[in-house]
Design a protein around this ligand. Structure first.
Ligand SMILES: NC(=O)C1=CN([C@@H]2O[C@H](COP(=O)(O)OP(=O)(O)OC[C@H]3O[C@@H](n4cnc5c(N)ncnc54)[C@H](O)[C@@H]3O)[C@@H](O)[C@H]2O)C=CC1
Ligand SMILES: CC(C)CC(=O)C(=O)O
Ligand SMILES: [Mg+2]
Length: 370
């Protein structure tokens, strides 16, 4: 018997609702055409939740997220809420979800679809065939460390403080995810840190090395400074297989990697917690991009990152590899036919809207499963 897949959808702000709407149509397609029942609940996060409930994530929504098999999120934030204190900003809603669901491993694959080789700002020979995985630590580091704040000094200056903190167990658990993934891919891990200037970076390096020597001696490990990784990503991205790094460096390096694939609008992500004894795990899926206020409400956003995040959900939360493959093939087919949103458009191609991109992917899914 096929069990019901309980998915909580939090569309969020800006282009969030626009891109999530297209992913919901794909869920509906799977439900109808592949006879896999989904129980989709919807809630607010970010600015939308501030407007509706006065907080970036209501406790009731947090409880729904705890109960769901998986969460699909659009994006949060926008100029309307930019002046709010940090604790009340839209981004805190997302950070609370990550922290309370203990989603410590953020998988951000950067894959270049063949038809998009020319959409990258890098030369085709640099990005062709790119298939790398960034594993970003997501619940520790400088985004959560204490002390933090902005304080007034006696001389009238203000001082901003954030703290980078990691413990051995936080490093080991995300390291294990990276090494396990590498075993299924090219068996190579690059660990990015700043061990030359930060104590937390030195600890990161020592513990990743220890983990590799004790449990993953079959996997090749190299350590690099995060700034050098930023440089190498532009020079020779194909040298990388899996990159494991902390919360802040992972945030930055994955936006950089996104541009190899043509656009931030192409990059999906999965945020995973520990696997339970029953094989399940807490998980949240979201595009890597933000709420893109500059194009919000105009039906211009690329929904592919969100649709590919759904495909990651099918793989990681529901073991539905056939359907995940179908979605990825449909995206590739649509791109090959020259259907492009503005962010991945090449000269001479017509620009389609978010909705038409969604229509085209559904049409391609129909064709593939006819
Ligand atoms: N996970 C999340 O919810 C994230 C939220 N944010 C928030 O989003 C807001 C805007 O941040 P930005 O720095 O502008 O980053 P952004 O990712 O929203 O936009 C950066 C640029 O990429 C373009 N872009 C992004 N996604 C696109 C898509 N799907 N299709 C076409 N073009 C796309 C935007 O138009 C913009 O020019 C801020 O409030 C920020 O805090 C930023 C990053 C992640
Ligand atoms: C809390 C988010 C807005 C930070 C971010 O840029 C991301 O996770 O990609
Ligand atoms: Mg980011």
């Amino acid at each position: 018997m096929t069990t019901m897949k309980r998915v909580l959808v939090l569309a969020g702000d800006g282009i969030g609702p626009e891109v999530v709407r297209e992913a919901l149509r794909v869920i509906d397609w799977i439900d109808r055409r592949r006879h896999v029942p989904f129980d989709v609940q919807q809630g607010e996060v970010g600015g939308a939740a501030i407007d509706a409930h006065g907080t970036p994530l209501a406790d009731a929504t947090m409880a729904l997220a705890q109960e769901a098999d998986a969460v699909l999120l659009g994006a949060v934030g926008g100029p309307k809420w930019d002046a709010l204190p940090f604790a009340q900003r839209p981004e805190r809603g997302l950070l609370r979800l990550r922290k309370e669901l203990q989603l410590y491993a953020n998988l951000r694959p950067a894959t270049v679809f063949a038809p998009l080789v020319d959409a990258s700002t890098l030369k085709p020979e640099i990005v062709r065939g790119l298939d790398l995985m960034i594993v970003r630590e997501l619940t520790g580091g400088i985004y959560f460390g204490e002390p933090r704040g902005i304080e007034l000094l006696p001389d009238g200056q203000r001082r901003g403080i954030n703290t980078q903190v990691y413990t051995t167990s936080e490093i080991h658990r995300v390291g294990r995810v990276a090494f396990d993934l590498a075993r299924k891919r090219g068996s190579k891990v690059c660990s990015a840190d700043k061990a030359n200037v930060m104590e937390s970076g030195r600890l990161w390096r020592e513990e990743i090395q220890k983990l590799r020597d004790e449990s993953y001696s079959d996997v090749e490990l190299e350590h690099m400074y995060a700034d050098a990784v930023a440089m190498e990503l532009l020079r020779r991205p194909n040298r990388f297989d899996v990159i494991v790094t902390d919360n802040l460096f992972g945030d930055i390096l994955s936006d950089e990697a996104a541009m190899m694939t043509g656009s931030l609008g192409m990059l999906p992500s999965a945020s995973l917690g520990d696997q339970r004894a029953d094989g399940g795990r807490k998980a949240l899926y979201e595009p890597v991009h933000g709420s893109a206020p500059d194009i919000a409400g105009k039906d211009l956003a690329n929904p592919i990152a969100t649709i590919l995040s759904l495909s990651m959900m099918l793989r990681w939360s529901f073991d539905m590899h056939t359907e995940a493959d179908l979605i990825e093939q449909a995206v590739e087919g649509v791109l090959a036919s020259g259907t492009r949103t503005g962010d991945i458009m090449a000269p001479g191609m017509a620009r389609v809207s978010t909705t038409v991109m969604g229509d085209s992917i559904l049409h391609e899914l129909d064709k593939l499963s006819a």
